[in-house]
Structure formats: C-alpha cells, structure tokens
Design a protein around this ligand. Structure first.
Ligand code: PMP
Length: 350
C-alpha cells in the first residue's frame, strides 16, 4: 500500500481470480471457461472488425443491444452491456446497494460480492445456506436491502426455481433483487422473463461460459428501463467505451450462432453428468450441478490436498479456503477427454 492511497481504500481486500497459468500447460478446470472454441462465424466477424480498430466502439452498443433484446423478448432500453458480468455487477452494487442501502447474499456464493461491498462500504447481511447448501427462499423475504442471488449458485452449482426467485422478488418490492445467471445455460431456469412483470428485478448474464467468450469480456443485464438507465449513468460517468469494438462484434455474432452454442452446452451437460456418476462411484459426494462445474468432496480428504495433488499432475481445479467448504474442490467440466485425464489422475491420487 502506498502512502498516497485514499484512506477510504486502505482496508480494501481485492478479489483473487482463479489462476491463469502462463508457463506450464495444464488441463485447465479451474475458472469455468468453456472447453469449446467460439463459433466459427464469431472468429470470422472479429477478424473483419479488426480493420476498424482505429475507431471507437459504439458507446450505446446499439447493434448488440438490439440482438439481445430480440433474443430475450424485451426492448433495447431493457438491456445494459458491460465489460464482463463482473463489471455489470460492480455497477449494480454501486447503483443499488451503496450509500447505506445495504446488500444481502448467501454465506457460500460468488466471492466477488463481498469485495464490491468492501469497495463501496456497503453494509452486508449474510444469509446462511442450509446444511446441504440449499437456500431457504424465506430467509430472503423482506430484508429491506438489495439482494444478490447467484442462480445457479457458485461454487455449489445448486439452483433455485424461477418460482422461488419470483417469491423472493415479490417479498422485497422496495428493494432491488439482482439475479446473477452466469451459469443458467447449463440447466437452470432463467428469470429474464420475470423482469417484464417486476420492476425491482435485475438479471445479469455473461458470454464467458456458455458462449466461449471469457477472454472477450462481455456481460449484460436485463431489467426495467429505469434500473438500466441507472446503470447507464454509472457507465457514462466512468467509461462510455466500456465494451470494445471486437467484443461488441463477437457478442452480436454469437447470438446469431445459437445452434452451435446449444450443442456445446448439451455436450458439457452430458459430460458433467457422466463425470458426476464416475465421481460418485469413487466415493465422492457430488452436489447436483446445474452449471458447467462440479462441487465435490470425499470423506476424510482435505480439499487443498486434492487441489495440490492434481496440480502436480497437470490438472488445475479450484479450492476455496473458506469455512464450510474447505473439503470441497470445484471442477470445471471440460471435454470428455479432459475429464478422463482428470478422473485418471484423481484415481492415482487416491
Ligand atoms: N458471476 C458468477 C457467479 C461467476 O462465477 C462469474 C465468473 N467468475 C462471474 C459472475 C463473472 O463472469 P464474467 O465477468 O466473466 O462475465
């Protein structure tokens, strides 16, 4: 910390992203990326777009917003796009939870939420998940503060139904409910359609997982036009060109290649379920996943030891040094071949 850092930031604990190794080649199952490349049309379109890189991107992202609006049966005024869903969430915490309003989220959920709360000095209420890591929706009724639900949740992989989320939204009419649907395309129930009925619901999605664009950084939110306008105020007060030209192009093209991505998601879900079965056969407890990762543990085994053992064997998974989940590791679902190597190395380790 330099002596010049603002006092307000002196306590800030930043988010620690999963490892992105650049020397050794690993089977990389640690940050929930897609094992499949972007659709061929996306790569072609980005190549063509590169010729225009001297020009700023459209700060209003009109083409991408129109495509997203058409896909989700809302208007372009109901869409906000950001530099990854992390940026969208960042803006949403600033817009809807800062200034004393407060936020609430589960004890076991996406680790970035508490970081935003630290950054904006947001009073936080933690909602403990049940013993089996499910959320009791009633624990989120009438909380009088902004509620953030990762649904499906990370790193557990468990999901609430759309009806359960709607009950939470209805029971918090005077607060914004942010539903982070980063993993929804792997078997979850999206709440996007509920945004047309509920002005206090903001749904956030990403192109990083199911659309193979983690490196392009593209996320978006769907919600009531007033909520979206609030996010635009923050964007135009910080970085009007928050989504670069290549990424805008890649995003619009990806939406035109839905068939390709549906096949990728299908393959990932099949590989996930097969891998889960094999892990159960090896004595692991595997939470029922609606995502592109598996959250697993085995009685008597330390999660950190599994993580280290696999890493030595060239397979990267994720371990969280956090109460309640220390014995778990989170394993991204890769290709069938990658999962076979993972299982083989795991067997050797055991
Ligand atoms: N939400 C959740 C629950 C996540 O796991 C992630 C991925 N780390 C994100 C949001 C952010 O994804 P991105 O910024 O790549 O869109």
């Amino acid at each position: 910390m330099s002596r010049f850092l603002s006092g307000a930031l002196r306590q800030q604990v930043p988010y620690v992203p999963g490892e992105q190794p650049h020397q050794r080649r690993y089977i990389k199952l640690n940050t929930n990326e897609s094992p499949y490349p972007p659709a061929p049309g996306v790569l072609r379109a980005v190549g063509v777009e590169a010729a225009d890189l001297r020009l700023y991107p459209d700060p209003e992202a009109r083409e991408l917003k129109a495509a997203l609006a058409a896909r989700h049966h809302v208007g372009p005024e109901n869409i906000f796009v950001g530099n990854g869903s992390d940026e969208v969430l960042n803006f949403a915490f600033l817009a809807f939870a800062s200034d004393g309003r407060g936020a609430a989220f589960a004890d076991i959920t996406y680790g970035f939420y508490p970081v935003f709360c630290g950054l904006y000095h947001i009073p936080t209420r933690i909602v403990p998940l049940r013993e089996n890591f499910t959320l009791d929706p009633e624990d989120c009724y009438g909380l009088g503060r902004t509620i953030v639900l990762a649904n499906p949740n990370a790193p557990t992989g468990l999901a609430l139904s759309r009806a359960q989320v709607e009950e939470i939204v209805k029971a918090n009419q005077d607060s914004v409910v942010i539903v982070d649907e980063a993993y929804v395309d792997f078997g979850g129930e999206s709440c996007v359609e509920l945004t047309r009925r509920h002005g206090n619901l903001l749904v956030v999605q990403t192109f990083s997982k199911s659309r193979s664009l983690a490196g392009a950084r593209l996320g978006f939110a769907v919600g009531n036009q007033e909520l979206i306008a609030d996010l635009e105020t923050i964007k135009f007060s910080t970085n009007p060109y928050n989504v670069n030209r290549l990424t805008l192009r890649a995003g619009a093209e990806a939406l035109a290649e839905q068939h390709y991505y549906d096949k990728c998601c299908q393959a990932i879900m099949e590989t996930r379920d097969r891998t889960a079965e094999q892990l159960r056969g090896m004595g692991f407890t595997v939470l029922p996943s609606r995502t592109n990762f598996l959250f697993v543990r085995r009685e008597g085994l330390d999660g950190a030891a599994i993580y280290r053992g696999l890493k030595d064997q060239g397979v990267l998974v994720r371990h969280f040094d956090q109460a309640r989940i220390q014995n778990f590791v989170r394993v991204t679902v890769g290709t069938p071949e990658q999962m076979n190597v993972f299982l083989e190395k795991l067997r050797e380790l055991l």
